[in-house]
Design a protein around this ligand. Structure first.
Ligand SMILES: Cc1cc2nc3c(=O)[nH]c(=O)nc-3n(C[C@H](O)[C@H](O)[C@H](O)COP(=O)(O)OP(=O)(O)OC[C@H]3O[C@@H](n4cnc5c(N)ncnc54)[C@H](O)[C@@H]3O)c2cc1C
Length: 400
């Protein structure tokens, strides 16, 4: 039996190693169009590779996927986070859990993951073909004819692991095979705010902010980082992932409303009241746990002299303070994916693929795995987890 895997990323490697280890008599060939494999693994997690997330409950785990939640619930029943941790550990790579539950190799280096995948690929006997672009697929009765560079090869089973394609034309070769695709748009991006002076505070982090996209139901909480181009951090990235499609429709021009300390309106009112009798200088006493630079910025935004004392704050100023803390607003104009863990929302529609086996419902013997599918997660190791799970199942089932 000859099995071809197209794409030398996380999902393709997992599929190839699993197929060959499940049936050593099968000939397993992995085609990669560039001269390097695992290039995203290399740069992932700031060079440390956030391999997975320490969430060992499948229902909880699936909540981190804006696309693919239901599908993955069935796939995770066969291979999930615990299996990923064991899989790497059995091959000599121990993973550690950080405070926010992201998991990284103990070595803090993505090279450990690359060495493990490359080593397992070589020792199991997978044949790796670099600079080999699969240009088209011709399904025949029991085989698939692949056009690879200028030649043709016939294989019995085929695993497509070509990753996310940010543009629809990148999926044309699959559309030509009659697959429905969900229009690809970026997910996990940061917000550009060219007209907002808050950028002066670049580097400042507010630890618990609630971000609401105006005109839509999206609301997410978490740390928010002010950057020299706008805003980033988990609260913003979650909005970008869950709102990937709606925000693409706005051409990335929209307004956001921030609740800076993620408190209720009443909590703010009470905290302001509590301080009304204090003779402490407002600049020096910020009861909302905000970074001091941000606190001073907000006071100046609403024209409150930061040198007055709390007991000098008049009613109107108190209302402005409440408003800026609870309902501050900023204009977004554009997005940035540079250096972030960006992924594609969209890809092969999931209704054409069996979530247990990853086999196509249209072509027997053809499997999909990784980001080419319409699956994507928020940041934190969820995207690799989906690549490991779907790659493992595609590899395992391709030899059955
Ligand atoms: C900067 C960055 C950091 C990230 N960090 C993290 C992280 O820490 N944790 C996390 O969970 N996720 C992270 N992600 C997301 C994660 O990297 C991807 O979701 C994951 O790599 C997808 O794996 P894949 O194998 O499906 O696709 P890819 O890794 O994109 O691999 C697809 C491969 O297929 C090849 N290919 C495509 N078409 C063809 C063809 N026709 N013929 C032959 N070969 C072809 C490509 O060259 C590529 O090598 C990050 C992403 C980026 C961009």
């Amino acid at each position: 039996m000859k099995i071809a895997i197209i794409g030398g990323g996380a999902a393709g490697f997992m599929a190839a190693i699993t197929a060959k280890s499940s049936d050593s008599s099968a000939e397993v060939v992995l085609f990669e169009k560039s001269d390097k494999v695992l290039s995203k693994v290399k740069i992932s997690g700031g060079g440390r590779c956030n391999v997975t997330h320490a969430c060992f409950n499948i229902s909880e785990l699936t909540k981190h996927y804006p696309r693919g939640k239901k599908f993955l619930k069935k796939s995770f029943a066969h291979f999930y986070t615990k299996d990923t941790v064991d899989w790497f550990e059995e091959r000599g790579v121990k993973l550690k859990i950080e405070d926010d539950n992201r998991m990284f190799p103990n070595t803090n280096s993505s090279q450990s993951i690359i060495d493990c995948l490359m080593g397992s690929c070589t020792s199991s006997g997978v044949s790796l073909k670099l600079k080999s672009t699969v240009k088209s697929i011709l399904p025949q009765k029991d085989k698939f004819i692949l056009k690879v560079n200028e030649g043709e090869i016939a294989v019995d089973r085929l695993i497509i692991a070509t990753g996310g394609s940010p543009k629809l034309h990148g999926l044309k070769w699959l559309i030509d095979l009659n697959y429905e695709v969900e229009n690809p748009v970026p997910s996990l991006f940061t917000f550009n705010m060219p007209n907002e002076s808050i950028k002066e505070l670049m580097g400042v982090v507010a630890t618990d902010v609630s971000v609401h996209i105006q005109g839509n139901k999206l609301k997410h909480t978490g740390p928010l980082l002010i950057t020299h181009w706008g805003m980033s951090g988990p609260a913003i990235l979650k909005c970008s992932a869950w709102g990937a499609r709606e925000l693409a429709h706005t051409d990335y021009r929209f307004n956001i409303q921030l609740n800076w300390a993620n408190l209720s309106e009443n909590d703010y009112v009470n905290l302001i009241k509590e301080h009304k009798n204090s003779n402490r200088i407002i600049a020096n006493k910020n009861p909302f746990n905000l970074p001091n630079r941000l606190w001073l910025f907000l006071l100046s935004k609403i024209h409150i002299d930061s040198n007055i004392s709390w007991n000098q704050l008049d009613k109107k100023s108190g209302n402005r303070l409440l408003n800026v803390l609870f309902n501050d607003s900023y204009q977004v104009n554009g997005k940035t994916t540079f250096k972030e863990e960006f992924v594609t929302c969209g890809g092969i529609s999931l209704n054409q693929v069996n979530p247990q086996s990853l086999e196509s419902k249209k072509h027997k013997g053809l499997y999909f795995c990784g980001e080419v599918l319409d699956i994507d997660g928020v940041t934190g190791g969820f995207n690799f987890q989906s690549a490991w799970t779907t790659g493992y199942l595609a590899g395992k089932n391709s030899v059955l």
